[in-house]
Design a protein around this ligand. Structure first.
Ligand SMILES: [Zn+2]
Length: 314
């Protein structure tokens, strides 16, 4: 009886996850790895519409996280990084047609220095009538390679320019390249962002940290249906938490929800493997040199997933 009751309640808990997605370029076939065709975007929007997903703004999500209210499993948040002209030209009209809110994360130097592919301030202002504007750094640096003062300076410089150009300071930050660690995150704290967003594929629930929200890339083919299946797996990463100094993972350690007995884990360059979890403790002896300077570690149990990125600094 008790077991049956638990099984009935379980899906309610498992499904209360919102999904954050990130796009970059639209109908720009010069850069296929970061491109989304308009045909694909339309198919994705149609999928969301037909299946009663509610596209909400980051502001709405932030309000829910702040108040601790339950997050709807039908919520989807759409974001665009880098403020490329191809969003303004090709993507924005479709967002307007579907009346979907979005957040555009601006790479400030691209606009300041008039790099060919980037929107002008006037285009960004026009865009802000339809969506929110976030901050994606001044110079799009590899933050993990920067000193603490350099991270502070890049952030301050970019925010000051946005305040001057737009008349306000954005409250949402998205890491360039999705690269960060605890040290990088700590350098952003003085700026009091409401939300800080990474690029670790996953989902968001009411207990997700406002300064470390998972976001999944949507590029290439229409695979939104598969990506919407991902559920949160609250994970406390114990080791490694940043790029290990000797470039070697000795032990993979994390604390997971107690009901998880087994996970699949993935380390870039080494593929998927399986491990048992004892009372929520995952401890695996790895003893391997990292092969990639950007290494991702994924943990998966059914549809539940969490991930971390380890980036080699200078
Ligand atoms: Zn970027």
């Amino acid at each position: 009886m008790r077991k049956l009751l638990l099984l009935t309640l379980l899906p309610l808990y498992l499904w209360a996850d919102a999904h954050l997605f990130v796009f970059h370029r639209f109908n720009d076939t010069r850069h296929l790895s970061t491109n989304t065709s308009i045909a694909t975007l339309r198919a994705e929007f149609e999928y969301l519409k037909k299946n009663n997903y509610e596209v909400v703004s980051l502001k709405r999500l932030q309000k829910a996280l702040q108040s601790g209210e339950e997050i709807s499993d039908k919520w989807v948040v759409l974001t665009i990084d880098d403020s490329f002209k191809s969003f303004y030209k090709n993507g924005l009209p479709l967002f307007k047609e579907y009346n979907y809110p979005f957040t555009l994360f601006v790479y400030v130097q691209g606009t300041v220095d008039h790099y060919g592919d980037f929107m002008t301030w006037d285009q960004i202002k026009e865009t802000s009538k339809y969506g929110e504007i976030g901050f994606h750094s001044f110079g799009h640096p590899h933050l993990v390679s920067l000193s603490n003062p350099a991270i502070y300076q890049d952030t301050k410089k970019g925010l000051d320019i946005m305040q001057k150009e737009l008349g306000y300071t954005p409250k949402y930050y998205a890491y360039p390249y999705g690269e960060y660690d605890d040290r990088v995150r700590a350098q952003l704290e003085p700026f009091s962002f409401d939300l800080i967003i990474n690029q670790n594929a996953g989902a968001v629930d009411k207990d997700s940290a406002a300064h470390d929200l998972d976001r999944t890339a949507l590029t290439g083919e229409n695979n939104i249906k598969v990506k919407l299946r991902t559920r949160t797996m609250p994970t406390e990463w114990i080791s490694p938490k940043a790029w290990p100094k000797n470039g070697k993972i000795s032990t993979l350690k994390a604390t997971l929800p107690k009901e998880i007995k087994r996970v699949e884990y993935y380390i870039s360059g080494y593929g998927w493997k399986s491990a048992t979890v004892n009372s929520g403790k995952l401890v695996v002896n790895i003893d391997k040199k990292l092969k990639m300077n950007r290494t991702r570690i994924f943990l998966k149990s059914g549809n539940r997933q969490s991930s971390i990125i380890l980036v080699k600094g200078k």
